[in-house]
Design a protein around this ligand. Structure first.
Ligand code: GLY
Ligand code: MN
Ligand code: MN
Length: 473
């Protein structure tokens, strides 16, 4: 938990955005894994954490915009809880650590809200993403569960996005901690990527590094020699010489801030000519995009700069042809990079995505595209100092997409399909970094993780001596 002034200031800033009604922030409850008493590791709701900081299940926070009171509704532990969990501080003590004096047992929340509603106060709440929260909101507000989404407060969503998209110093420091954990995860993954290893041996090892050094992984690990599948969570393959292995993985810190890093390496540690060619194009796109990041530029422009770098590079390799801008306008590049350049990052790895991507990544000045490929860009709007975002270009050889685009015949002017056919066994390459927009420019966050061909080959040649899993899988 941060210093209480941080939470007091955040709630004060929210009051400047919303002048009337009540802000209701339900924290998460424990979620059952396979039976009620066997739960997933607890993960608090990120918005509750941001404004109220308390990392315990069953808490609700209220900000009364009409009378300047903030409240925590939660139950003190009873003797049964103490037997199983040990002594716990009182709710009052916990609330005082985040600058809140007023507390009440959780059961009083419903009557508090009903009395507010009967006095004409609007209850502002954010879109819920867990079944338990939806049921609770529905009960508390006497709203049909199907109506909840439509009744979420757009005013509150916009205010929360406005505050949370600009990261404070303490948040940037946490994100850098998460990236430093990712450094160890990724360099370990590189060193383990030897022919004969099962992907799961590596994925499990690096997930353990996250748990050992911070918290859980920030999203399910993507680790595969079939990197052409963008979010590949299958880890069953045995690594083979001649293939590339994508590792897209990040950690959460104890304060629940994330990292989201991707590295792609040649199984066995040496790039062959074909791999080096494609890798260098993705790296050039990653570096060109990072170099362009500064306040005032729209991230959509940075996305298309990365796409142009990819088209130019693929033209040099003979995989694409024709005029670069015309190819982009026709969306021919989406054969190779069908996704967006990146997204914001914070306590959620796709920060605030649950509030609605268009509220986070777009605004009145930047409307989201609707066509295949371009529509997948999660962040398009103008960048501001304090934003933290990912830069994650990639090139993928997706056999089904090559077949489809070839059959459609739309892109013959821009794509050398005969050559693309020979890459159907290649897989994919993605390179992802986490970047802060500074006052005039940008800063790649965290300890630099090997990224150039030389750095990766050097790292992969280093011995990993401290762990051996042989015989377990
Ligand atoms: N970890 C998924 C992504 O890079 O957005
Ligand atoms: Mn990622
Ligand atoms: Mn990402």
């Amino acid at each position: 938990m941060f210093n209480k002034e941080i939470y007091i200031t955040r709630r004060k800033k929210l009051r400047n955005e919303i002048t009337s009604g009540i802000g209701l922030f339900l924290g998460n409850v424990d979620a059952a894994f396979n039976y009620p008493a066997n739960t997933y590791s607890f993960r608090q709701d990120s918005h509750f954490l941001y404004f109220f900081g308390l990392n315990h299940p069953g808490f609700a926070g209220v900000i009364n915009f009409d009378n300047n009171t903030d409240m925590i509704f939660a139950n003190d532990v009873d003797i049964e809880d103490i037997i199983w969990m040990g002594n716990q501080p009182t709710v009052k003590d916990m609330a005082s650590k985040v600058g809140i004096e007023h507390t009440a047992p959780y059961r009083e929340l419903a009557s508090y809200l009903h009395s507010a509603i009967s006095q004409g106060q609007k209850i502002h709440f954010l879109p819920a993403y867990r079944g338990e929260t939806m049921i609770e909101l529905s009960k508390l507000l006497n709203l049909n569960i199907d109506k909840l989404k439509g009744e979420a407060s757009v005013e509150l969503i916009k205010a929360v996005v406005k505050l949370k998209e600009i990261k404070e110093e303490v948040e940037i420091a946490e994100i850098e901690k998460a990236i430093d954990i990712a450094y160890l995860m990724h360099t370990t993954s590189m060193k383990m990527a030897k022919p004969g290893m099962v992907e799961q041996e590596i994925a499990g090892t690096i997930e353990g590094i996250s748990l050992a050094l911070g918290g859980p992984v920030s999203f399910p690990i993507i680790l595969s020699q079939d990197g052409q599948t963008l979010h590949n969570h299958d880890h069953s393959k045995v690594l083979k010489e001649g293939r590339m292995m994508v590792t897209d993985a990040g950690a959460e810190t104890q304060e629940n801030y994330c990292s989201d890093i991707t590295r792609t390496v040649p199984v066995g540690g040496k790039f062959n000519k074909r791999q080096a060619g494609i890798y260098q194009v993705v790296l050039d796109a990653n570096m060109a995009a990072i170099a362009a990041i500064k306040p005032g530029i729209k991230y959509r422009e940075v996305h298309f700069l990365a796409c142009r770098t990819i088209v130019d590079g693929l033209k040099e390799l003979g995989l694409m042809k024709g005029d670069t801008q015309a190819a982009i306008d026709a969306r021919a590049h989406t054969l190779f990079m069908p996704h967006g350049l990146g997204h914001m990052m914070g306590m959620d790895v796709h920060d605030m995505e649950g509030l609605g991507e268009n509220y986070v990544g777009y605004d009145v000045h930047t409307k989201r595209a609707t066509e295949f490929g371009n529509a997948y860009l999660r962040l398009g709007k103008e960048l501001k100092p304090g934003m933290v975002l990912t830069v994650e270009p990639g090139i993928y050889f997706i056999p089904a997409l090559i077949d489809q685009y070839r059959k459609e015949g739309t892109f013959d002017e821009f794509i050398n399909f005969d050559l693309a056919e020979t890459y159907k066994d290649f897989g994919g390459i993605r390179i992802e970094d986490d970047v802060l927009v500074t006052e005039n420019s940008h800063r790649v966050l965290g300890k630099p993780i090997p990224k150039t061909i030389a750095e990766i080959e050097r790292t992969m040649a280093e011995l990993r001596e401290w762990i051996k899993w042989e015989g377990f899988i």
